[in-house]
Design a protein around this ligand. Structure first.
Ligand code: AMP
Ligand code: ZN
Length: 112
């Protein structure tokens, strides 16, 4: 039994607001949105962070990146979006399962 929050979400043990799913990826709404649209894109296999990505994962990471524009459009973000990947405590990562944030919409906060 994993104690990873996002693995539990993928398994359906913790509810989520799923917006897209395929063989490799699970995508759901952030529980505490920082913008009008805020979704999280995660791989179905457990990878703790970008620090744990190896060449073994290069196709998967490329698949995630290439999917982002389509996922943004599915959320109605027709003129662009922001992508964030936090890595480790120094990067503000709170959940130890690799995830890409997609943010957008009219209340997108400034970025400094
Ligand atoms: P990070 O700080 O990059 O690790 O981002 C973790 C994100 O996960 C935060 O934006 C949280 O709001 C979000 N989050 C935490 N728990 C849940 C949950 N149960 N369902 C959806 N999003 C969550
Ligand atoms: Zn996990």
């Amino acid at each position: 039994m994993t104690d990873c929050l996002f693995c539990k979400i993928i398994a359906g043990d913790i509810p989520s607001n799923n917006v897209y799913e395929d063989e490799q990826l699970y995508v759901f709404k952030d529980i505490d949105p920082k913008a009008q649209v805020h979704i999280l894109v995660i791989p179905k296999i457990h990878i703790a962070s970008l620090d744990d990505v190896t060449t073994e994962h290069q196709d998967l990471v490329a698949t995630m990146m290439l999917k982002l524009p389509e996922l943004a459009r599915l959320q109605g973000l027709s003129d662009g979006f922001r992508t964030i990947i936090n890595t480790g405590p120094g990067g503000g990562q709170e959940v130890g399962h690799l995830h890409m944030h997609i943010l957008g919409g009219e209340d997108l906060p400034g970025f400094k």
